[in-house]
Design a protein around this ligand. Sequence first.
Ligand code: 5GP
Ligand code: ZN
Length: 116
Amino acid sequence: MALDPNCLFCKIVSREIPADEVLRDDHVVAFHDRNPQAPTHVLVVPTEHAAHLSDFTRSAGDDRAARLLAAASELGRRFGPDGYRVVINEGNDGGQTVHHLHAHVLAGRRMNWPPG
Ligand code: 5GP
Ligand code: ZN
């Protein structure tokens, strides 16, 4: 499990920085976003450092992206029984500000489309 000592979300994975956790296993940690955009807004991060979604999809049989989505779906059903949204902001144009891959799970209100 490789962590980057300069990465914010790696520091949350290692518990160097505290977070309000809702799920932790060998593959992912999920915690409440500190600036929530919905009544429930959690982030799901892999327990190893990877900046981009493409880092998890390079080889056939790599199931790390699937694990991230499985956790996002479990949390979506937990917090949004009537529906929820999963978002991955990728790169500058995608609005990514923390360069450790993460899925946002938003629930508790009706979501708009298209997103901003
Ligand atoms: P991005 O814009 O990279 O897709 O999302 C980064 C998210 O991380 C933002 O929604 C932001 O509010 C959240 N965030 C940034 N720093 C922290 C932190 O220290 N703790 C928590 N819980 N969330 C954070
Ligand atoms: Zn990291």
